[in-house]
Design a binder for this molecule. Sequence first.
Ligand SMILES: O=C(O)CCC(=O)C(=O)O
Length: 277
Amino acid sequence: MAQAGHARLSEAEVETYRKDGLVVPQWRLPESLLGQMREALDRLIRDNPTVSPDAMYCPHIMEGGCQGLRGREEWLEFARTPEILDMVEQVIGPDFLLWGTTVFGKPANSGKETPWHQDGEYWPIRPLATCSAWIALDESTPENGCLRIIPGSHRTQRVRHHNLASTDVYTLNQKLEDNEFDEAEARDVILEPGQISLHDVYLIHGSMPNRSPKRRAGYVLRFMPTTSHFDREFGAELTRRSGAVDFINRPLWLMRGVDRCGLNDFKVGHSPALALA
Ligand SMILES: O=C(O)CCC(=O)C(=O)O
């Protein structure tokens, strides 16, 4: 049993992350924290009636985030959950920052498909590196559109060819070309509420629409090692090229250690009007 406030992936779990590109740790959120997150989600949806709950970007930024979403401090606090940081540290090292969060709130009956993709295709991080911690706020099953992955697809560390996709149909506007992977190899990531998964930036993944009567909400945290640079100039180019979310004013939070590459800017986006210091 892990000590309260600490968690460790077993050696076998670290090995699964390296081999498959995703691991579901034994550790799960305490009931009280899960309850707080679910209440925060109700507030987020209430505060943002014009934003689709399918993909709500950066609820941890108070105002001025992508989509003009009105966020709350509590989402940043959730991202600081020490046990999650401990496990992230085990897979990406002792120096890392939080650069993004998203709620994929996939509503009952109408939740959108997330196309097959690699996250790295539309992220301005060089060299490309990120560990995503996906927290199940509801149960996540094949019926309500759980995450699906192609195990081991991260190992070539190659960003494959994507095409533009319509956000009328999908949660994202980047869709992996069909001949870049074999869907027959797909595996479902089935989670109970409060379980989490950790996945690598090169992993091919997606999720089906939600045609069930049960919501499938997940809160995902994006952590990158500070040996990499969150390059805002490149981010501006990505935004121009693909209409992807705006990375120019995105605040960064150092979560552990120091800025190893010395290039990451921790001031941008932290003006009191825009974000929490
Ligand atoms: O929750 C989903 O359906 C998609 C999540 C995803 O693509 C991600 O976390 O990178």
